[in-house]
Design a protein around this ligand. Structure first.
Ligand SMILES: Nc1ncnc2c1ncn2[C@@H]1O[C@H](COP(=O)(O)OP(=O)(O)OP(=O)(O)O)[C@@H](O)[C@H]1O
Length: 265
């Protein structure tokens, strides 16, 4: 099988600062300030061409960080990422410039993807129609609601027809009809054999749409396999997690952080 995405030993380190002063000192002096925080620790993950993979995990587990790295929006700190083809990320406001209008954003995004002016003109109407933004298309994006931004981002990404589509929670904002329309479009992509990554908190949507699951937990891979293998374990975990008190969740997180440190060695 042809590999579409190859993520090897990828870690992402952020620096956490107590205040602005500490951050500034870290930049301007030789001494290191702030605390290292690993949003991802030695992640290995591969997708074959045509795979539809759901990224799941509780808040802060690294789903968005990993999808941004695969999309080439955020650089990895260490490790390697190989992506075979063009990847487009759809997330709330991903890559949209607030000062530009919706229409200008369409043009900019398509130009950056290498389309000619003529091709863009041809795609523009389809994008505007899919986005359902009507006359708002000529208003600056900063005046849009998160649902409107998501609709515009989704419309652009599906119309430019990328090889790899990464959808990060884009369906959780906006209305139900748009989510259904988007899901139908994503099904078409799936039928065309495109590789897709779907980041979602909705167990129902992941079950409906994905074939494989990458379960992340505090920056590490908890499990990877088919939906049938992984989802029952995740659902069991989520039931337990919901019953945990704040203190129990903190203890759980500390244990997970200890495991993460081992991964980093
Ligand atoms: N720019 C940043 N600077 C510092 N920490 C960050 C940054 N971006 C993300 N993080 C941290 O990295 C961790 C992983 O975040 P990420 O958004 O990837 O998780 P997620 O699984 O997508 O979460 P959610 O489900 O809440 O969207 C979190 O602890 C987050 O606070």
């Amino acid at each position: 099988m042809e590999k579409s995405i190859r993520v090897k030993n990828v870690s992402k380190k952020y620096k956490l600062y107590k205040n602005k002063k500490e951050q500034l000192l870290d930049v301007v002096t030789r001494k290191s300030y702030g605390q290292d925080f690993y949003a991802l620790a030695n992640i290995d993950f591969e997708a074959e061409k045509g795979d539809v993979v759901g990224f799941i995990g509780i808040n802060g587990s690294g789903k968005s960080t990993l999808s941004n790295i695969i999309a080439g929006i955020v650089p990895e700190t260490t490790g390697t990422v190989e992506v075979n083809g063009d990847a487009a990320l759809i997330a709330v406001s991903a890559g949209l410039k607030g000062d530009l209008t919706g229409r200008e954003n369409i043009e900019l995004k398509c130009l950056m993807l290498g389309f000619s002016k003529k091709e863009i003109k041809n795609m523009e109407d389809d994008i505007i129609e899919f986005s359902e933004l009507g006359e708002f298309i000529d208003q600056p994006v900063k005046s849009y609601s998160s649902g409107m931004k998501s609709r515009l981002g989704f419309a652009i990404s599906v119309t430019v027809d990328p090889d790899i589509l990464i959808i990060d929670e884009a369906l959780s904002v906006g209305d139900k009809t748009f989510a259904e329309k988007s899901l139908a479009k994503m099904k078409q992509f799936k039928e065309k054999g495109k590789t897709m990554i779907f980041v979602s908190h909705s167990i129902a949507q992941v079950k409906q749409f994905c074939e494989k699951i990458l379960w992340l937990e505090y920056g590490t891979v908890k499990d990877f396999g088919t939906v049938e293998e992984v989802m029952p374990k995740y659902e069991k975990f989520i039931r337990q997690w919901r019953k945990m008190s704040k203190a129990e969740r903190e203890t759980y997180k500390q244990e997970a952080d200890k495991r993460k440190k081992k991964f980093l060695k």
